[in-house]
Design a protein around this ligand. Structure first.
Ligand SMILES: [Zn+2]
Ligand SMILES: [Zn+2]
Length: 141
């Protein structure tokens, strides 16, 4: 399909490949892919291990379609924002995951907040499971 493959990152615990949302545009040879706006890092929790990985754009790879994501209609790629509720902090934390279509925004928020070693704000606080949820939505390119 694409000579360069599909945009993906490897789980930093188990190494399985996780597909990023992408869009095939006929006018351009390289597919457009999702990366959070104006951010150097992508925070992504894998569904196999519930592991929190933090990626820079250099860690993005173009490879064959990952087997577990072969049928994209069976998974959704989610993004969610939380607010650190540690006293006087209030930093916003953006996190992502690719999960089966049975998930709801509530179960996705819970899954992200229960990840290990956990979601961290810019001040290095690990968010508690009861952290304030600002939004949870499916990424569509
Ligand atoms: Zn993993
Ligand atoms: Zn904080």
């Amino acid at each position: 399909m694409y000579s360069q493959g599909f945009p993906q990152v490897a789980c930093q615990l188990g190494g399985e490949q996780i597909l990023l949302p992408y869009q095939n545009l006929k006018e351009i040879s390289v597919p457009r892919y999702y990366w959070p706006n104006n951010r150097e890092q992508l925070v992504l929790v894998c569904r196999e291990h519930g592991h929190t990985s933090v990626y820079s754009n250099k860690e993005l790879r173009w490879g064959p379609l990952p087997p577990s994501d072969h049928n994209q209609t069976l998974t959704n790629f989610w993004k969610a924002e939380f607010r650190c509720d540690r006293q006087n902090c209030g930093k916003i934390v953006l996190a992502h995951t690719r999960l089966g279509i049975e998930h709801t925004s509530e179960s996705v928020a819970k899954f992200l907040l229960e990840s290990r070693p956990g979601l961290k704000c810019a001040n290095n606080h690990v968010l508690p499971v009861r952290a304030q949820v600002l939004f949870v939505e499916i990424v569509r390119l």
